[in-house]
Design a protein around this ligand. Structure first.
Ligand SMILES: Cc1cc2nc3c(=O)[nH]c(=O)nc-3n(C[C@H](O)[C@H](O)[C@H](O)COP(=O)(O)O)c2cc1C
Ligand SMILES: CC(C)CC(=O)C(=O)O
Length: 376
């Protein structure tokens, strides 16, 4: 039975080509950060309130003008057709049904126009949350601008600019497996260049991208811009100064620079750096409803999930992703209730305890008791 996010991974692995499973699960180099993301959530403890009459609970959020029925977003992930023949269409339908914001990857295997249509159709009698679009700024600004116009025309409500990839991370599993290219028949639809008869360009990960490019982007679009992959508090301040409307606190699921801290560990510092001026979405290692509560309590406005979506899509296509989102909604709701909270705004840092590094401090008063039990 699929009861947990972990169950989806196990089920997906029985269906997937192990090379593709490695592409999803893997990270950079020694995968220290991949593991750190999940471990850091496990180390944090929740300290619930009681007797608060939290019967009517709502998981709803409004983020940069986008209304959603859950604080769990679908982080951008590439190549959905690698694991499901319908690809991003299936993901978008499931997200629309759940009222979850889906961030469409620039490296999607279905074009944003078709994804948007699928989301609208699936959400017809519900209330689909809008799509956002993820972008790697290309040094060819004319091409980048055309893509921004496409995403905007398709109805995307925000742009998520990934800034942690001046070069690609060392995906050693992929290198060992010889997984260097998409299989025949699949392509990154957004990289087809109309100026070159639809020839598909490689996605440029470019070290030349700088704050000036962000200023340029700010000048050509009125959509909210979020920067994904800012980890240093000084960069968070710079981002705000350069007009970013939000941050996605992300280490790319441990797929770029290995040994960077877990995102949840950085959250308090990043929250303090932006001082509430812009919202922070956190991704990396979110696997349980309690993880969602911990992130929101420490200052995130929402969380994103990457690998769980790929596992669910591989396991059961649209239905799989629907079930995954439902599962996280149920777990989140239960965790809210058990914390004595009615919604996102009831969550604060007082509900989270981080274990002390090293020996625990003595209980108040305990210092007066000597090891032999005698009281001094
Ligand atoms: C298979 C895969 C593909 C990804 N593709 C993209 C992408 O195209 N653009 C991007 O900004 N991040 C990409 N990411 C990173 C995710 O957006 C996200 O930051 C990360 O997966 C979150 O960690 P989690 O997998 O532990 O939930 C990808 C991650 C995975 C696992
Ligand atoms: C196509 C890639 C750039 C997708 C990516 O960001 C990743 O695999 O982490």
């Amino acid at each position: 039975m699929l009861m947990t996010v972990q169950d989806f991974e196990a089920a997906a692995r029985t269906r997937l080509d192990p090379v593709h499973a490695d592409f999803i699960a893997g990270g950079a180099a020694d995968e220290i950060t991949v593991r750190a993301n999940e471990e850091a959530f496990r180390r944090l403890r929740l300290l619930p309130r009681v007797l608060r009459g939290s019967t009517a609970r709502t998981p709803e959020i409004t983020l940069l003008g986008s209304r959603a029925r859950t604080p769990v977003l679908l982080s951008p992930t590439a190549f959905h057709k690698l694991v499901c023949s319908e690809g991003e269409l299936a993901t978008a339908r499931a997200a629309a049904a759940a009222g979850a914001i889906m961030i469409v990857s620039m490296a999607s295997t279905v074009a944003v126009e078709a994804i948007a249509r699928a989301a609208r159709d699936a959400g017809a009698d519900g209330d689909p949350a809008p799509l956002w679009f993820q972008l790697y700024l290309q040094p060819d600004l004319e091409f980048t601008e055309a893509l921004v116009r496409r995403a905007t025309a398709a109805g995307c409500a925000a742009l998520v600019v990934t800034v942690d990839s001046p070069v690609r991370g060392a995906h050693e599993r992929d290198l060992r497996n010889g997984f260097l290219d998409l299989p025949d028949g699949l392509r990154c639809e957004h990289m087809a260049d109309p100026r070159q008869d639809g020839r598909v360009r490689p996605i440029a990960m470019s070290p030349e991208i700088s704050w000036e490019h962000l200023d340029w982007l700010r000048g050509i679009t009125s959509l909210p811009i979020l920067l994904k992959g800012v980890l240093h508090p000084e960069d968070a301040r710079l981002a705000v100064r350069h007009g970013a409307d939000g941050l996605v606190l992300s280490n790319h699921g441990g797929r770029q620079l290995d040994t960077v801290p877990a995102t949840i560990e950085l959250l308090p510092e990043m929250y303090a750096a932006v001082g509430g001026r812009v919202p922070i979405v956190l991704d990396g290692g979110v696997r349980r409803g309690t993880d969602v509560v911990k992130a929101l309590a420490l200052g995130a406005s929402a969380v994103g999930i990457g690998r769980p979506v790929m596992w669910a899509l591989a396991e059961g296509g649209e239905k799989g992703v629907r079930r995954l989102l439902e599962l996280l909604r149920e777990e989140f709701d239960q965790a809210l209730a058990l914390c004595g909270a009615r919604g996102v705004t009831d969550l604060g840092p007082d509900l989270v305890r981080a274990p002390a590094w090293g020996p625990a401090p003595p209980f108040p008063g305990a210092e007066a008791v000597r090891p032999d039990g005698a009281v001094s």
